[in-house]
Write a protein that binds this ligand. Structure first.
Ligand SMILES: C[S@@+](CC[C@H](N)C(=O)[O-])C[C@H]1O[C@@H](n2cnc3c(N)ncnc32)[C@H](O)[C@@H]1O
Length: 193
């Protein structure tokens, strides 16, 4: 089965099942394997547009779900959104004001690619570090954090930083990730606070 075929198949399945993107299956897979989210968790989703993770999150918890993205997120029932930069202190303040502290932060954010591999990787890691800093501000002790990253020379540094703040940290390549991608998810459980 070629990658193009797989891509089409996953895309068609996502559309058929009413998801806004194929990314939904990555979160479903992570949740199935790691049981990160409980049914009363309040959750912040960073880099949430177009909103397929928000759709999945809405089914996993009865708590509040807030999505933040540079791009607008079309309305979803039972989901709050903020349009803005996740690294902007004002946006972070708004999120804290809306939800207070939360049990879960997820981050599927990725900067726009320039095509220069090492530059793109460094920017993705820098964004990951900003997301981690924000997660450390809003998570309750014992909370969980899922973040997408990209393997490369700066990746171990981000992973080490996350390990400083969480008791249990694992990495995971989802089956729904496109073939040849350096994408990798970090599943960090039990925030030290
Ligand atoms: C792969 S998409 C996320 C897909 C989403 N998880 C879903 O399931 O629909 C990555 C998103 O990260 C967002 N992003 C990148 N940098 C950001 C930033 N600094 N602040 C907020 N969002 C950002 C992009 O606008 C883009 O929508």
């Amino acid at each position: 089965m070629g990658s193009q075929w797989s891509r089409d198949k996953v895309y068609i399945r996502a559309k058929h099942e009413g998801f806004r993107s194929r990314a939904s299956y990555k979160l479903i897979e992570i949740q199935k394997k790691f049981e990160v989210i409980r049914n009363d968790d309040n959750i912040i989703d960073l880099g949430a547009a177009p909103g397929s993770w928000l759709q999945v999150l809405r089914t996993l918890t009865n708590g509040r779900v807030l999505g933040i993205d540079l791009n607008p997120i079309a309305a979803l029932e039972g989901v709050e959104t903020i349009e803005g930069d996740l690294t902007d202190p004002e946006i972070q303040r708004q999120a804290r004001e809306m939800l207070g502290t939360v049990s879960i932060v997820v981050c599927d954010a990725a900067p726009k690619l320039s095509g220069h591999k090492s530059y793109d990787q460094a920017r993705a890691i820098a964004l990951g570090e900003e997301a981690l800093q924000f997660a450390c501000q809003v998570l309750k002790p014992g909370g969980n954090f899922i973040i997408k990253s990209f393997q490369g020379e700066d990746f171990p540094e981000l992973l080490a930083l996350i390990r400083e703040h969480f008791y249990a940290v694992k990495t995971y390549n989802t089956k729904a990730t496109r073939k040849g991608s350096t994408e990798i998810y970090i599943i960090a459980k039990n925030f030290k606070g």
